[in-house]
Structure formats: C-alpha cells, structure tokens
Design a protein around this ligand. Structure first.
Ligand code: NDP
Ligand SMILES: CC(C)CCC[C@@H](C)[C@H]1CC[C@H]2C3=C(CC[C@]12C)[C@@]1(C)CCC(=O)[C@@H](C)[C@@H]1CC3
Length: 326
C-alpha cells in the first residue's frame, strides 16, 4: 500500500536529504508532500528530487510554521488531498541571530566539558536573540515547536485511523537541555537559549503525545541528526564564509573519531529519520532519542539514547501548549 509522508522544512538540509533517501529506499510506493514556507525553494527541491526519481509522486504545500493561519490553512489543504497520513516529519527549525560566545568556547576547551561542548553545542557557547511573531508568540518556540503542535492537532483526523498506525518523527537536537527550559516560561521569553529550550520542549511533547495518542494508533519519536553542515550551521558564524567551514572539515573529521555525533553531511544526518521509517512504531522507546551517528570511518548507524524527560513535566507542557492554542 502506498505510504503518505509529509515533511516540514523539506526545501533544504536534513529535510531535503531525508526526502532523497526515502525515495531511494522506495521510489514507487510513496506519496511525498513537501511542506515549505518558500514556494520557489520548494519547487526547486521537488525538481531536484524528480531529477533523480522521475516517476516519484512529490507534491508541495506552502506552510510557514511560524504563522498560526498558515499552518491551519496548509493542514486544511493536506486533509483535502489525502484521507490518510502515515508519516509526519516535524523537521522545520530555526536558530536565528545566534551568538557564538568565544570566551565560553575557550573556557570549555580547557575544561572537562570539552567533548560535550563539541557534541552538543552546550556549555553556553551558543545563545540566540528571539523575536515576537505577528501572532504575539516567540518565533523560535512557534517555528520549532508550536507550529508543529498545531499541525498535529489539525491533522489528527487523517493521522488516527482504527487498526492502522501513523508516526510523528521530530528533528530535535543534542542541544536540547532541561536547564534551558522552564514550565513557567515555555516560550523562553526571558532566557538566552530559546533554541535549546524549544528542542527540549519537542522531547517532552513527544513523550506526552505518546501518552495521549498511542491508543489511537499514533506514535511519536524523537531524533537527533548530529552536527550537520547546513544553512542553519553556516548561520551560526555569519562572518565565516562556507569555504572556511570547508577548510575546517579535516578538523571535524578528526573530532568525529572522538564523537560520532559529527555526522557532518545532511545525508548522514538523515540516518535516524530514515531508520525510524523502517521500524514498527510499537517497538520504539518513547523515552529514547534516536541519534544519527557516523563512525570515524564514515559508517552510518542509529543509536538510541535515553532522554532526560519526565512524564509529569511532559503533561504540564502539553496542557500549557493546549492553552496557547485556545
Ligand atoms: N544542522 C545541524 O547541525 C542540526 C540541525 N538540527 C535540526 O534539524 C532541522 C533541519 O535543519 P537543517 O537541515 O540543519 O537546517 P536548514 O536551514 O537547511 O533547514 C531548515 C528547514 O526548515 C525550514 N524552515 C525554517 N523556518 C521555517 C518556517 N517558519 N516554516 C516552514 N519551514 C521553515 C527551512 O526553510 P527555508 O528553506 O525556507 O529556509 C528549511 O527547509 C531543524 O529542526 C534543526 O533545528 C538539529 C540538530 C543539529
Ligand atoms: C571555529 C572553531 C574552530 C570551531 C567552532 C565549532 C562550533 C561553531 C561548533 C562546534 C559544535 C557545533 C554544534 C552546533 C553549532 C556549531 C558548533 C557549536 C549545534 C549547536 C548546531 C545546532 C544543533 O542543534 C546542535 C546539535 C549542534 C551541536 C554542535
């Protein structure tokens, strides 16, 4: 039976690489819908996918996850086109206005946090300046988490079908950290790490969605693509042109020997997202984060890692998120 798959943020990076890998895995049996905010970039992505898979079914829907009306409109369009959705990849994400804290970076270099700092971008080396959207919500929270929550809520009728299972697959991050998140400030209006907070909220929300929806056949899983060279990463050091990143690649390959989270290419980063596509959702651990990993010799594999999440907090979050959507 044909599987219907919707991928948010499919116009570039990990989302686009995932689409390419899904089509290589099963070129005929999929109906792929690319949900993108920029129509021209979406068309270019579709053309690139069709160039390598000319018989594939690839459609587009315009959706900006940072806008409530855009998400609701796109969901209506998706429900009009399909009466069932098998996989929903919640991948669109931003880290705008990042600040790279050089002092924290050098402090980390001479401390015991050196490996975790490289593997997770933690230790305070990255902060961001957030904005408020036209809907009055924090942009990073809205784009990375809340837009996706609204999408799931709107698509519920085609995600939950008696006797069938569907999967939600989040692109989270190893930068998701409980210390950046507070249930009293779920949008992270007051702190300096809204990206980390939004990704930790994705981890919590996935857990709560499993509690609420498993009995209706809907399962949610969390992935981490590792550290990947994409436009999101290039934006972290805007004064650093892409060719300088290329010069750093030998250093990154060396670091990969110490931490297999340096997946580096979007193809490698999409590994866990594709792996989940091939699993029975009932066999997955709702408290695991499925990590794309690449060995020093370039071999790709998926590793489950226990998330630092608790059920009570996940329930508080889903209630707060529902309140935001009223
Ligand atoms: N790169 C990395 O090392 C890591 C990335 N991630 C996560 O992976 C995901 C993909 O990022 P990555 O591929 O790296 O970066 P890219 O910037 O290449 O991809 C991000 C995608 O999200 C889309 N997007 C951004 N904002 C919106 C919006 N408001 N509405 C709809 N789509 C939007 C972008 O669209 P457009 O083309 O229009 O900009 C783009 O297609 C993100 O969630 C990111 O947080 C997690 C860990 C590490
Ligand atoms: C210029 C220096 C020699 C090297 C600087 C490297 C850092 C800029 C990177 C080291 C670890 C990276 C990293 C991320 C961004 C860039 C680094 C801090 C992320 C935070 C990107 C987004 C994510 O979601 C994380 C998982 C990444 C973790 C590692």
């Amino acid at each position: 039976m044909t599987k219907v798959i919707l991928v948010t943020g499919a116009s570039s990076g990990i989302g686009l690489a995932l689409c390419e890998r899904l089509l290589s895995h099963d070129p005929e049996g999929l109906q792929l819908c690319l949900a993108c905010r920029d129509v021209q970039r979406a068309r270019d992505a579709r053309a690139a996918l069709l160039a390598s898979h000319p018989t594939a079914h690839v459609t587009l829907v315009q959706m900006d996850t940072s806008s409530v009306s855009s998400v609701i409109g796109a969901a209506q369009e998706v429900k009009r086109r399909y009466n069932r959705l098998d996989f929903l990849y919640l991948n669109a994400g931003i880290m705008p206005n990042p600040h790279f804290d050089v002092k924290a970076f050098f402090r980390g270099l001479f401390s015991s946090r050196i490996v975790t700092m490289f593997a997770t971008g933690g230790g305070g080396i990255l902060t961001q300046e957030d904005r408020v959207t036209a809907d009055g919500l924090q942009e990073i929270f809205m784009t990375n988490l809340f837009g996706h929550f609204l999408l799931i809520r709107e698509l519920e009728p085609i995600l939950c079908h008696a006797g069938l299972t569907s999967q939600l697959i989040w692109t989270s991050s190893s930068n998701a950290h409980p210390s950046a998140f507070s249930v009293d400030d779920i949008q992270h209006r007051r702190g300096t790490q809204p990206y980390s907070s939004s990704k930790y909220a994705c981890d919590l929300l996935s857990l709560a969605l499993n509690t609420h929806y498993n009995k209706q056949g809907l399962y949610s899983s969390v992935t981490c693509p590792g550290f990947v060279m994409t436009s999101l990463t290039y934006g972290i050091l805007p004064f650093f042109p892409p060719f300088l990143w290329t010069l750093l690649m030998p250093l990154f390959w060396l670091i990969r020997i110490l931490t297999n989270t340096f997946t580096l290419t979007p193809y490698n980063g999409a590994e866990a997202l594709l792996w989940l596509f091939k699993q029975q959702p009932e066999s997955l651990d709702p408290q695991a984060k499925y990590q794309s990993s690449t060995s020093g010799l370039g071999k790709n594999y998926t590793q489950p890692r226990k998330m630092d999440v608790d059920l009570h907090m996940s329930e508080v979050l889903i209630l707060s998120v529902k309140c935001c959507s009223l």
